[in-house]
Design a protein around this ligand. Structure first.
Ligand SMILES: Nc1nc2c(c(=O)[nH]1)N[C@H]1C(S)=C(S)[C@@H](COP(=O)(O)OP(=O)(O)OC[C@H]3O[C@@H](n4cnc5c(=O)[nH]c(N)nc54)[C@H](O)[C@@H]3O)O[C@H]1N2
Ligand SMILES: Nc1nc2c(c(=O)[nH]1)N[C@H]1C(S)=C(S)[C@@H](COP(=O)(O)OP(=O)(O)OC[C@H]3O[C@@H](n4cnc5c(=O)[nH]c(N)nc54)[C@H](O)[C@@H]3O)O[C@H]1N2
Ligand code: SF4
Ligand SMILES: [Mo]
Length: 902
């Protein structure tokens, strides 16, 4: 056995950018700890980071290149040389025949900076097209526009310490408790130390983040611009703006003042659906605070008014002079681990490396000369939504997708699927063979993933970390930068024969070193950052010009902005309602967002049963009044429809939502839920400037469906393989949901329902794949075999089970499986009619680290335990702390019901 080693690296999930210590033996990853030396997390990790080593099942990985030579054929394994030669051939031929803009690259904020740089150079310098865009278009592009037009450069001016130092923190459209948990822990600690710190949350939903809020404004979705203008109106009225600051450091205030005159408190309270007093209190806290910080995320960005929302919020900081000081400033939280790196390397269609613009001739000339090419293309590139539209109508004939899963994450999936199907040549560079997009790959290229590759990433506070490799990639998977450069060299042979290579990079460090000068002298100057420095002195913030010791903690402290005249700009844009309104046919607004323990399309988190402990299946949340109005009960199956598509899934009551609203987590794609996933419903409308789509506001309707034939199965062992084998069989049913359950003995769980009985062959096939056809199996089947129960016993313990028919009861059997104990009476109980079977309440894991269930926490609360006592007695909330807001919520609601009874 090789020795246990530790490699310092970073977490591959969110933009907090926590440092992790990877424990491994040189071959396999064995454990993960928070890195106490990393300034982002100082040793902390959230529930996702701390369970990284449990994810990434090898049997779900892409291991070898696979090529398909005709759309109707299956892919077969090829070697890397043939794979990349073939790709270079197709790309070269397409470019020769149809021009450089007939090909495109769709990349990702989860690539490392070096990967990003390689792809960007490949598209612009070698292919000669600006058709390179990233999933950051769905994520950060409104923030990019917000910063650039208000402050002059795409640079978040704050740092994480500001969370600890602020007197008033406004959290808008961000569920930090789930999406940026380690920053939320820092904020919780700060508020515990200084309870006078005010926290305001602006979110149509009452999320776990609201547990920290002194004030929660549950605004009508999409009305943020009206709210921010309303706050400014009150600040002006109360004389709480900083006239000296406005005079000295800004421009455009008069126009904005004229605009917000129309945003009086009554009108704004009406538009936003909030109490005037709450609006006034919010403005007062902001206006009086010695320091005011705002944090925001997708609730602002993913909107047809995303740019306006960003600028309206930044206006508040400029008007109060609350920027460039400790505890103050507009701080956009970045989603993906390297959302920032993508912006820095210019990997959105409209950007160029070093915070330059593709539309600026001087910028193009600078980059072209650095790259040693004559010129860069001037035709604008296509942004994500437009890019897939161009694929669908045949303008783009070869598409390279890397590190993103558009067949799950882009809106209007029916159109996206048509595009992927129609495209003559689709390359998918992926770590997991299970992503929805892989199915459309004509060429599948296996990529190294977390723990297996090296490079750099930049987190939300502009801090660059060295990502280090701990173990080799499985199979023949290769690092993304290496794949991009290897392909580029082959394409060069065709497009620029005989010329010296532009892609002669032997390591990610070589890419970084070539990229760095493109940042020098610009707002993001990284002249002083090198791999050696990061290794010697740890992660560093930019700007850090050559010759300096440290980067800048905060920007614009001197009131000098990155605009031509040094003044920040007020942006005066009126409130516009979201694209789709409620109407008779679609009377509900569907909001989508994150779960605590899942990551996007779940290719990685979906391999760990523990990640499903908190939320097991796709459920649509509705306000209890909406359920009553439709005569629906918790758990009932419904059809959720929008103008573009529909899904069948269970509903659940959630009084954290407003009436008229629905919420569905963004994670559920085609794999875990029958249908095309949440984005079958969403619309492709986008913001006019940022081109970011409106993913949080879709008009929908919900109606009950009658699916009398029901199915439940649970099977231990080989879960990935079984899942892949079983999943296609369920496409013929009206509803099917899949997840992993169990911690010590992971199992695949399937729930399904159908309008009629499936044919008996179907059930036979399923039983065979569930290992329930022979051996130690208790079987009770009706003669046609579409009703019945089967249970497999292993050493007296249940190891697999399947129920089918009408009115099945599964919870008690699942509980029995979970207990791992034999039941001498099992045979009799199985035969009993459903009503007579023992009841068992469905439970969930609240604390993932310590495996503490919801029911145990509730029982503790009923005994009178407070948070500290619960932590002491049950251990919950003592490790990563991700469950603490929810425990607090349960404590508060128990206290509330006591008060009512008292
Ligand atoms: N657990 C987990 N964490 C993640 C991720 C993940 O997949 N899982 N993904 C990462 C990524 S890439 C991103 S971008 C971030 C996203 O992080 P967040 O943006 O914090 O997460 P979301 O849940 O998408 O949306 C945040 C909130 O916006 C609210 N919202 C909806 N409409 C409006 C509106 O009109 N106005 C306002 N003010 N609020 C609104 C929603 O109710 C929701 O609570 O999370 C990152 N972190
Ligand atoms: N309805 C709705 N839709 C949304 C959102 C929403 O809030 N609501 N949010 C949007 C946002 S903010 C985002 S960021 C997107 C995210 O959407 P996606 O980018 O589609 O999300 P992921 O599932 O993280 O996709 C990353 C893919 O890269 C693969 N991968 C992992 N590591 C590596 C690696 O090192 N190399 C390579 N080549 N591949 C790797 C993973 O297996 C995965 O399939 O979703 C967007 N879509
Ligand atoms: S907060 Fe959690 S998911 Fe985000 S980087 Fe840190 S450990 Fe990873
Ligand atoms: Mo994102």
């Amino acid at each position: 056995m090789s020795q246990r080693q530790v490699t310092a690296s970073t977490c591959c999930y969110c933009g907090v950018g926590c440092g992790v210590l990877i424990e491994h033996d040189g071959e396999r990853i064995l454990g993960v700890q928070g890195d106490p030396q990393h300034p982002a997390n100082l040793g902390r990790l959230c529930s996702k980071g701390s369970s990284l080593h449990l994810t990434g099942d090898r049997s779900a990985r892409a291991l070898y290149p696979e090529l398909r030579l005709g759309k109707s054929l299956a892919r077969s394994r090829v070697d890397w040389d043939s794979a990349l030669d073939h790709a270079a051939g197709v790309f070269a031929e397409t470019i020769r025949e149809h021009g450089p803009d007939s090909v495109a690259f769709y990349v990702s904020g989860q690539l490392l900076t070096e990967d990003y740089y390689a792809f960007n150079k490949l598209a612009r310098a070698l292919v000669g097209s600006n058709n390179i865009d990233s999933n950051s278009r769905l994520c950060m592009s409104s923030a990019v526009v917000g910063y650039k037009r208000s402050l002059g450069a795409d640079a978040p001016p704050c740092c994480y310490e500001d969370l600890e130092q602020s007197d008033c923190v406004l959290i808008a459209g961000s569920n930090m408790a789930y999406a940026h948990p380690v920053l939320f822990r820092r904020l919780e600690a700060a508020k515990a130390a200084r309870p006078q710190m005010k926290v305001i949350v602006i979110d149509p939903r009452r999320t776990d983040t609201c547990e920290l809020a002194d004030l929660h404004l549950a605004i009508q979705p999409g009305t943020d611009v009206a709210l921010f203008h309303g706050i400014l109106h009150l600040l002006l009225w109360e004389g709480r703006v900083d006239r000296a600051y406005i005079e000295a450091h800004t421009q455009g205030f008069d126009d904005l003042k004229a605009l917000v005159r129309d945003y009086g408190p009554l009108a704004v309270a009406e538009i936003c659906g909030i109490a005037v007093e709450d609006l006034q209190r919010c403005a007062e806290w902001i206006g009086r605070a010695p320091s005011f910080l705002s944090l925001w995320c997708m609730g602002l960005n993913q909107s047809t008014a995303g740019s306006a929302k960003n600028s309206a919020l930044i206006n508040l900081h400029l008007a109060t002079g609350q920027i460039g000081r400790p505890g103050a400033g507009p701080f956009s939280l970045t989603g993906q681990p390297n959302a920032m790196g993508g912006r820095e390397t210019g990997s959105l269609a409209n950007l160029l490396p070093g915070h330059r613009d593709a539309g600026d001739a001087a910028h193009r000339a600078e980059v072209a000369s650095h790259w040693g090419v004559d010129s860069l293309p001037d035709a604008p590139g296509l942004t994500a939504i437009e890019l897939f539209e161009a694929v669908r109508d045949g303008r783009i004939k070869a598409l390279w997708i890397a590190c993103t899963n558009p067949a799950q994450s882009l809106p209007d999936q029916h159109k996206v699927r048509e595009a992927l199907e129609a495209c003559p040549f689709v390359v998918v560079q992926e770590a997991f063979a299970t992503s929805e997009t892989c199915r459309y790959a004509d060429l599948l290229l296996p990529a190294a993933s977390w723990g297996e590759k090296e490079g750099t990433v930049t987190n939300s506070e502009r801090r660059v970390s060295h990502v280090r490799r701990a173990v080799p990639a499985p199979g023949e998977a290769r690092a993304d930068w290496a794949i991009a450069c290897d392909f580029a060299r082959r394409l060069e042979c065709q497009l620029r024969p005989g010329q010296p290579s532009l892609f002669d990079f032997a390591s990610p460090e070589a890419l970084f070193n070539e990229y760095r000068p493109l940042t020098e002298g610009r707002d993001l100057d990284m002249g002083g950052i090198s791999y050696a420095l990061l290794d010697a002195r740890g992660p560093q913030q930019w700007p850090l010009p050559a010759g300096f010791e440290h980067g800048l903690k905060r920007l614009y402290g001197d009131g000098n902005f990155a605009t031509a005249n040094g003044r920040a700009r007020f942006i005066a844009e009126a409130y516009r309602a979201p694209r789709e309104r409620r109407e008779a046919r679609y009377p509900l607004i569907l909001n989508t967002g994150r779960l605590r323990d899942q990551w996007h399309g779940m290719t990685r988190t979906g391999t760990a049963a523990s990640a499903f402990g908190h939320v097991e299946e796709a459920r649509l949340s509705l306000h209890p009044a909406e359920l009553r109005r439709r005569r629906l009960v918790d758990g009932q199956l419904v059809r959720l429809s929008s103008r573009r598509g529909s899904l069948v899934l269970p509903v659940q009551a959630d009084d954290g939502l407003l009436p008229g609203q629905a919420f569905l987590p963004m994670h559920w794609g085609e794999r875990f839920l029958k249908g095309l996933g949440v984005n079958a419903l969403t619309l492709p409308a986008f913001d006019p400037l940022s081109r970011q789509p409106e993913l949080k506001h879709t008009a929908v309707e919900v109606v009950a469906v009658d699916l009398p034939w029901q199915f439940y199965a649970l099977v231990e062992g080989d879960v990935q393989q079984r899942f892949e084998a079983l999943r296609p069989l369920f496409d013929s049913l009206d509803y099917a949901g899949f997840c992993l359950v169990g911690r010590e003995r992971p199992a695949l769980q399937i729930r399904a329902a159908h309008s009629g009985n499936p044919d008996s062959n179907w059930l036979q096939q399923v039983d065979a794949l569930l290992d329930l056809s022979e051996g130690m199996v208790l079987a009770y089947d009706d003669p046609r075999r579409v009703q019945g129960k089967r249970v497999r016993l292993d050493g007296g313990r249940i190891s697999g089970l399947r129920l089918a028919g009408s009115g099945i009861a599964s919870d008690w059997l699942k509980a029995l499986w979970q207990s791992g104990e034999a039941d001498t009476d099992l045979r009799r109980k199985l035969l009993a009619p459903p009503g007579a079977q023992p009841a068992a309440a469905a439970d969930k894991t609240l604390c993932n680290c310590m495996n503490v269930s919801h029911s145990r926490v509730c029982a503790g609360i009923a005994q009178g335990l407070d948070l500290d006592a619960l932590k002491r007695e049950l251990g919950c909330g003592t490790q990563c702390g991700s469950c603490v807001p929810e425990i607090k919520r349960l404590l508060a609601s128990a206290a509330g019901s006591l008060a009512v009874h008292a």
